[in-house]
Design a binder for this molecule. Structure first.
Ligand SMILES: Cc1cc2nc3c(=O)[nH]c(=O)nc-3n(C[C@H](O)[C@H](O)[C@H](O)COP(=O)(O)O)c2cc1C
Length: 237
């Protein structure tokens, strides 16, 4: 059965099935299907329905040109010292429990899935470079939002991103969000028509997962509900 004949997953199934896919088949995604997924994602809630998002959708030669330019900048050491918005601190600045979770993620991806130690800088670098080829996906998306005001728009962008990833799952497609692109935002600005009053949130790879690729065996755990929830009830116990 392919994605056209498979029954669409329920919302619960899409939530449980979604995962970051880091190896894609070259099989194209039709333009009409990309349009449909974007229209679904645009149903996301946003502050007073301001819909502050914009997507730059790259396929074919345009995607290859952008990838080549970002990879050149990457290999020439042109990563920016400061991104357009503070997505993450320096590695040594993470607080607990996030620092440990981040370390576990690295262990899972590098040691358990790819078979090399997270301390293996060359191995990590060669994997990391694949981000800039959108992990081989036929569709690369760069998501931007209005800077005015920025914090609220970033919340809205997160909702849009999750909706797009779930809509993709609904269509039998897979995704990987990619903040790695913002380290090279000047290159993106050179290649894409991004107005000054928008900032680049992240990239997104979209396509058909390569089912046999070892990278797609990687699974991430979640903390139990009790660890991140505080319930209140005025009824006596
Ligand atoms: C905004 C955002 C940016 C991300 N950037 C990257 C990235 O640059 N490269 C990458 O391989 N994964 C990236 N990820 C994927 C996360 O590592 C992944 O979501 C997390 O480890 C949980 O795994 P899962 O998506 O498979 O459930 C990003 C995720 C989000 C939400």
């Amino acid at each position: 059965m392919d994605e056209l004949t498979m029954p669409a997953p329920t919302v619960e199934e899409a939530l449980l099935d979604r995962r970051s896919v880091r190896a894609f088949l070259s099989k194209a995604v039709p333009r009409a299907e990309i349009d449909r997924l974007l229209a679904l994602a645009a149903r996301s809630a946003s502050n007073a329905n301001t819909q502050p998002w914009h997507v730059h959708v790259l396929t074919g030669a345009a995607k290859r040109r952008l990838s080549a330019a970002v990879l050149r900048a990457h290999d020439d050491g042109e990563r920016v010292a400061q991104t357009e918005y503070p997505y993450q601190p320096r590695p040594d600045e993470w607080a607990e429990p996030y620092s440990s979770r981040r370390r576990r993620f690295g262990e899972g991806l590098y040691r358990d899935t790819l078979g090399f130690a997270p301390e293996d800088t060359a191995g990590r670098l060669s994997h990391h470079r694949r981000n800039y080829e959108f992990f081989g996906a036929p569709v690369g998306i760069i998501l931007t939002v209005s800077r005015r005001p920025l914090a609220g728009a970033l919340v809205d962008a997160g909702l849009f991103l999750q909706a797009l990833m779930l809509a993709a799952r609904g269509a039998g497609l897979d995704t990987c969000s990619q903040a790695s692109f913002i380290d090279f935002y000047p290159v993106l600005r050179e290649h894409l028509r991004i107005p000054d009053d928008h900032i680049i949130v992240c990239g997104l790879a979209l396509g058909h997962a390569d089912p046999g690729h070892q990278l797609n065996r990687h699974r991430t755990p979640r903390e139990p509900v009790s660890s991140f929830s505080t319930f209140y009830d005025d009824e006596p116990a």
